[in-house]
Design a protein around this ligand. Sequence first.
Ligand code: A8S
Length: 242
Amino acid sequence: MIAMMSGYGCIKMEDEYIRRHHRHEIRDNQCSSSLVKHIKAPVHLVWSLVRSFDQPQKYKPFVSRCIVQGDLEIGSVREVNVKSGLPATTSTERLELLDDEEHIFGMRIVGGDHRLKLNKANYTSLATTSCNELSMELVGFGLIVGVMDYSNLAHNSYINLVHCSFSNMQNYSSIVTVHPEIIDGRPGTLVIESFVVDVPDGNTKDETCYFVEALIKCNLKSLSDVSERLAIQDRTEPIDRM
Ligand code: A8S
């Protein structure tokens, strides 16, 4: 009974946070969705990672390098380099929201260099890049054709799993909020990330959402791993060494 009540309470809180902080204007040709992650680390640790606009590589597994010109403030622009194997090499992103009181972070993709053209027929080679249990299969020109748990699948069955192919992120913007919660009697964090993006010609809303959600799931999984590692370090580090 108590578990049910608290479960229900959790869902209600998420809905309330989304209603309050994750409002996007969604046009006809766009898709939007939100993802939730529960992290066993205190809010201040998670927030310190999320808010570091100049160092997304601290937790984002696909980012290799990031440069910000000038001071960190709303309107700051970062140039992000993406690891090889993905359908982009750089992404230019603008800081839209940074609220240290309410723990709200927002960014918008304003440019980038996308080296491929969408072409579902051009399967030439296959590469994989893994994100723990999630993996992405990148085909041909860096085209993403599917994201799934393939740990117990044969290599040659990937090609049947064409979920999505899509080359750039037009009008992408996202909001991340972090909220304190208690997990197993310890301070934990509820993270909510929402986004809106244009649906490219030749793709459906579902395909587009699926692709973006897969990338965000990787980012949130990695945010959770890094935060939980830092939390354990914090707990075991003697005070006099800090
Ligand atoms: C983020 C969210 C996303 C980043 C995407 C969705 C991206 O960095 C990657 C691959 C792409 O094809 C697009 O908050 C882009 O980072 C990993 C380069 C923008």
